[in-house]
Ligand binder design. Sequence first.
Ligand code: CP
Length: 355
Amino acid sequence: MATHPPLPGSGSWNRRHVIDSASLTYDEVQEVLRTAQSFSHILSRPVKKIPTLRGKVVVNMFYENSTRTRTSFELAAQYLSADAINFSVSSSSVKKGESLIDTAETLAAMGTDAVVIRHASSGVCQQLANYFGDRMCILNAGDGYHDHPTQGLLDLFSLKNRLLKNHTDDLRGKKIVIVGDILHSRVARSNIHLLKLFGAEVHLLAPSTLLPMHIEALGCKAHTDIEAALHDADVVMCLRMQLERQRAGLIPALREYIRFYSITQERLDRFCKPDVLVMHPGPMNRGVEIASDVADNQQLSLITNQVTSGVAIRMALLYLCMSTPTERSGLERLQSSQFQGSQSDQSLQKGVLAV
Ligand code: CP
């Protein structure tokens, strides 16, 4: 198996769980980004595998649909040589009424080291983390309207890589506009916290029925008018317009939403900075919240890059949560010496990198 560029120093990470964005410190996020940067080199190799988490078991428990998050967590675990299982909720004993805790306890009893969970109820990840403590890592893959921390982290990673020359710089002076259904969006909440933590000026744009009350208490500016919101924007982050909102009466008609809020090339040209970037967490409704030509324009769209970043960020989080600082510092010393070609002990070359 291949080695990879040395991982960053052990730093301040001391968590077994990733539950939300708001509680992450600046130093912790920097450590995730640095670790992801190191792992990102593996993604462009013919053999995308290192033995870092060999012998560990990661189970994906997705109670809601997902393409990007579930697949990227599965690939991230596999690239680190962990065994990755997709637990199928629809064909499991959940359908016979088994509780979430009992289901997770069953997985723990089989030797699971980490559970990645997506669930419609806000707070279930915290509940599992409280219950399991250090026994099993819990990673939030999106809980209700609460948080989607790995999405926020991958968005920050993509943005910093594209926007800043130096990855250690912050986003001070950058105007970032989040457009769409803010009210129901866990992605918006994650991004607000992380973008603010890195000094960005965060603006929100939506019809008033899709803006939560008191959202400005999070330190951002809310708008209902597109021109004011997009004026001189550096980045426009579109959210998926959840079609059920029209049925719930929160928007009069999808056609009206498109007329006032859809992100089109003409609107970007008219209101934003000339080198504006566009992001979308996916899945997209082309022609609704984002015009197809904008989504596909590689000059300004970060959408594919966000997906790739998701694998590197999830590798970083699995690695950081599933190893102790002592294990990491040993591994980092070893990888550093291997990378520099200064380690001659053959036993070290034979895969004793697993933490
Ligand atoms: N962005 C995101 O969470 O996508 P999935 O629902 O496909 O995982």
